[in-house]
Design a protein around this ligand. Sequence first.
Ligand code: ADP
Ligand code: MG
Length: 223
Amino acid sequence: AEEQLLQSEKLSIVGELAAGIAHEIRNPLTTIKGFVQIYKSNGGIEYTDLLLSELERIETITSELLSLGKPQVIQMNHTNLKDLIENTLELLLPQANMNNIQFKLSYEGSSFFITCEQNQIKQVFINILKNAMEAMHEGGEIHLNLRKGAEGKCIISVRDEGCGIPEEILKRLGEPFYTLKEKGTGLGLMICHKIIKQHHGTITYHSKVNEGTLVEIVLPLVS
Ligand code: ADP
Ligand code: MG
């Protein structure tokens, strides 16, 4: 347990450092990108497209890192989890449709209220659902289920039919910059873990290669 604590402390220091660095990188990046865009519209120089796509990659990484920093105002609100999840799914519908993916939502019970920073919890679902979609190259179904657990907790499960995660990788999920995707950042799950921890919750994975992955998030309900 002590080792785990050390690991999570290390991660939060890395996170804060990274957010600081990202902030410093973003301004010059915006300037460079602007100039490359001017070159491009003036007929372009060789490799303009390559330059732009690399710049866009840095941009994605820096904005993900920035979202690790503490938000300006932390507003913990009484939140209907059902509404929050439905709103999140709506945001992701275009991407799901494009990839032949269907969301199947089910509830066991009716009232699921939590106290949370809504944007952050939304970000967690977006990151988890994006991973699920990115794992399903042939399309398929993503099942979300909301139910009550022990001790006034609720359990949100997200089950995909994707490529699955080998055991040696499961252990490393949430490590910053750990990614197996060509265009991945390896920051999504690190952000999720940090946010869920701040909300006194847990997040666990069960997975079978070539069958799919089940992500379970447990959060305290408002009593
Ligand atoms: P990224 O998505 O940018 O790679 P993440 O932190 O979101 O970074 O995820 C880290 C890695 O965990 C991914 O590269 C992927 O290999 C693996 N992973 C996460 N969720 C899933 C999933 N649902 N199915 C298969 N692999 C997953
Ligand atoms: Mg991701």
